[in-house]
Every structure is written in C-alpha cells, then in structure tokens.
Design a protein around this ligand. Sequence first.
Ligand code: 13P
Length: 258
Amino acid sequence: MRKSPIPAGNWKMHKSPSETEAFLSRFLESYGEGDAPVLFFPPAVSVPAAVRATRDRKDVGIGVQNIHWEREGAFTGELSAAMARDAGATHCLVGHSERRALFGETVEETVKKAVAALDADLQVILCVGESLDERDAGRAEAVVREQLDPVLGADAVRSAWHRLIIAYEPVWAIGTGRTASPDDAGRMHRAIRARLEEVGAGDDGPPPVLYGGSVKPGNVAELLAVDGVDGVLVGGASLDPHDFAAICTAASEAASTS
Ligand code: 13P
C-alpha cells in the first residue's frame, strides 16, 4: 500500500491565536483521526495556540512558515529554528515562492535555512516552482532544478534526508484558481523524484513530493491520483475548516484505496 499522502495547510498571514483555536476546534470536530499525517503552518504567533489545540491528536503536526538561519542575535523581527522547535513546531517551510518573490529570499538563503531547520530537529518542506514566464520559455524543469540542487547538495541535508519533504508549487497556480493539469504536475513530480533518487541519500527512498497551487476539495482526489504526487500543500482552501477537512479525508481515502 502507498504511504499516506500528506495534506498540509499553509495559512500565510491569516489567523490570529484566537482564530486558530476556533478553526482547530471546528476542524478536529469534522475530521477524526485519519491515516494521513496532517500539517498546519499558522503564523508564528499562533503556533503555541495550534500546538495546544492539537495536543491530543497524534496525526496532526504544527510548523512555522519561515525561520532565520542564525540561532539568535540582533536580527529584529526574525525567529530561529530552535525557538520554533521550543514553541512546539515540528516542521518548517523553506523557500516558499512568496518569500522568494516578495522578500527577496535567495537560493543561498534557502540552503542556510534548510540546514538550520534540520539542525534544530525540524522537518523541512522545501518549496520549489517556476513562474509563468519561466514555464512559457520552456525552463520549468531547469528552474526547479536550480532551486532544488543547492539544497540537496548540502551535507546537513543529505544526513537528514528522512526529514526532508519537497513541495512543487508552480507560481502561476498559487492563489489563481488555475491548477497544474494532472499531466503537467505528474511530469514535474516524476522529474523531481528522479533527481531525488539520483542524489539518493537514504535507505527510505526519496522524500515525499507535495503539490501546491489552487488545491481545493473538488480537485484534490484527481491530483492525489497522479503518480509522483505524495500530498498537497494548500493555501486558500486550508483557511476553511470544512474544506480542509474534506481535503484531509480525500488524502486518507487515497491512502486506503491505492
Ligand atoms: P493556494 O492554495 O491558495 O493556491 O496557495 C498555495 C500555496 O502557496 C501553499 O503554500
């Protein structure tokens, strides 16, 4: 049987601590413990509320959306991986396209962040994906490779291979309602998997590769049925407890039917 696909919700800059509590109490009512490990990435200030609210659910993990690579220091407004871990986070997003495009995060910084997060015992979801211009220019795979390879080349990443997850998020599909077709997603996921297998640093097989970009309850089953899609990273539809519960149910069903 296939490993359970992972549904993950990236809340971006949505949901205060009290909104987080209200959301999770509704979500946990609508979604009983399933086969899929479920992840939430609330804003950092809401992480303790999310950890408290999900304490009794072994299938739910909480992560942060970003960290700084230093452990501590004079970096106003930043947050270290060790601090996130101490607050109860188990996962960290690295290299989300909004961090790259809006905050100028470079590939070198994503490497440092991935290494720092793994050093602090977090699991990393490394986000990669091309823009529409890059896709139209036939450079989609090359761009993804340029984002992926420097991280895969770091010794600290290779020695913590089992704590790495990749998320393929084509930038043109994020928040646009436009999803990659199953064929396009499948082609890219299999290319990423092939690269992970080539680099191959563990006995457990390649890290899972999630798809992100306008995933909704209505298209999630079709995406999860694609060979190479090991889960979904969801923005907008993870903000509604019923929609996200439907996505988690689809992930659980995909695990049991394949
Ligand atoms: P949407 O699901 O809103 O397109 O966002 C995807 C995303 O950026 C998840 O990280």
